[in-house]
Design a protein around this ligand. Structure first.
Ligand code: ASP
Ligand code: MG
Length: 405
């Protein structure tokens, strides 16, 4: 059985017109006599509306009930689309997360998929040519509905593709693929034909929103090729795949940025074993993601520690630090939300030196001050004043000639 998995995002199923375009795609695939699994998101805006609605009824909603509520967006999409497909003479049915079942842990609102009953799906595919599966939702051991975090339909689709051993998972969206940088910010951005899993992970975690990070982790783990492409035009999009030799020859693949950042500095922290653990453990326990961390060399037994955190978590972070001040022994907390990260990403950096120096020189020529730096094997990230983001992205895009890719 040749199975194709396609996912359509919220803007692709936004209304009847859009769903008709999805139906054209589905027809084309079925005409090639493939069995098809289509994973749908909620219609665009619906998930946000449901989240806002919950707040009207409960300021701090129970997380399990919240999942029960927000998962309905996808239920609406799959029911409507299946009706249309039936009218068009296709043998199809809608399938909700619990009906597959897609079993997840019980971490409501950001659950992780644990297993998918592929035998049951294969049996359904014997009976139907098309299964329309609700993205974003799962069910825990106790039978309660869970959701997989914002953008989670990507992960539903990739996980289903992995379970069914589909060759590729096609992610249909409102852009034509993955770009060298955000085309809304830099008109010179160009679409990439392919990008490695690791680069895509860095792009996604540095703010590129086209795929949910977890879906890329899943694709990498199970070696599912992911094709990101547009619902609204036929051109091929971007393949997210395993690294190959041709990718290594390219120094830099993309520039990502993330404005959702805040910087925190603790001054005059005692320089002794256990201090970093005392500072960062309580923050981690709250599930908050600290990113860049810099500790200066100490002077007279004290030092400054600076780190970044998503802006929405700043208030809570400061509270936690203040509550635990006695164990941490700092003098002052400074914080700043007018900061942003800009990252240069490329697997070619593994075997080429000088990328960082070139990036720093270019930023200096543009008169941009770098506040913090962090690096990984395939990424250089700088923290800078938010007002410089656009200039920095343009400068780095030009410096590495990404418009010529
Ligand atoms: N509807 C969910 C969201 O808006 C999941 C998704 O669209 O991938 O985040
Ligand atoms: Mg999405």
């Amino acid at each position: 059985m040749n199975i194709v998995v396609q996912k359509f995002g919220g803007t692709s199923v936004a209304n009847l017109d859009c769903m008709q375009k999805v139906l054209v795609n589905v027809r084309r695939e079925l005409d090639k006599s493939n069995k098809l699994v289509v994973v749908l998101s909620a219609q665009s805006g619906v998930t946000n509306r449901l989240l806002a609605l919950s707040k009207q009824y409960s300021p701090n909603p129970d997380q399990a009930e919240l999942d029960s509520l927000v998962s309905t967006g996808e239920q609406v999409s799959v029911a409507l689309f299946s009706m249309m497909c039936k009218d068009a003479g296709i043998k199809t049915r809608s399938v909700l997360g619990f009906q597959v079942p897609i079993v997840s842990n019980s971490n409501f609102t950001r659950a992780r998929i644990e297993s998918i009953d592929e035998k049951k799906m294969l049996a359904m595919l014997e009976e139907y040519d098309l299964l329309v599966v609700a993205g974003f939702q799962g069910v825990d051991e106790g039978g309660r509905i869970t959701t997989l975090g914002r953008g989670g339909s990507d992960t539903s689709a990739v996980a289903i593709a992995a379970a069914l051993k589909a060759e590729v998972c096609e992610i249909y969206t409102d852009v034509t693929g993955v770009f060298t940088t955000d085309p809304n910010l830099c008109s010179k951005a160009v679409k990439l034909d392919k990008i490695s899993y690791d680069e895509m992970l860095e792009m996604a975690s540095q703010g590129a929103k086209v795929l949910q990070i977890r879906s890329v982790e899943f694709a990498k783990k199970y070696n599912v090729a992911v094709h990101v492409r547009s619902t609204f035009c036929d051109e091929p999009g971007t393949m997210v795949t395993q690294e190959d030799k041709s990718m290594e020859n390219i120094l830099v693949s993309g520039i990502a940025y993330d404005k959702d950042q805040a910087r925190v500095t603790l001054t005059d922290v005692e320089d002794r074993p256990g201090i970093s653990a005392a500072i960062f453990s309580p923050i981690a326990e709250q599930g908050m993601l600290v990113d860049m961390i810099v500790q200066n060399p100490s002077k007279d037994g004290v030092t400054d520690i600076t780190f970044t955190i998503p802006r929405a978590d700043l208030k809570r972070t400061v509270q936690i630090l203040e509550q635990n001040k006695a164990n941490m022994g700092w003098k002052e907390i400074l914080h700043d939300i007018n900061v942003a990260k800009v990252s240069v990403i490329g697997v070619g950096m593994r075997n080429h030196s000088g990328v960082a120096a070139k990036a720093f020189q270019a930023l200096s020529d543009a008169n941009i001050n770098i506040m913090m730096i962090s690096t990984s094997e395939i990424k250089i990230t700088v923290l800078l004043e938010e007002k410089f983001v656009e200039l920095a992205v343009h400068t780095l895009h030009d410096t590495f000639h990404l418009d010529k890719r």
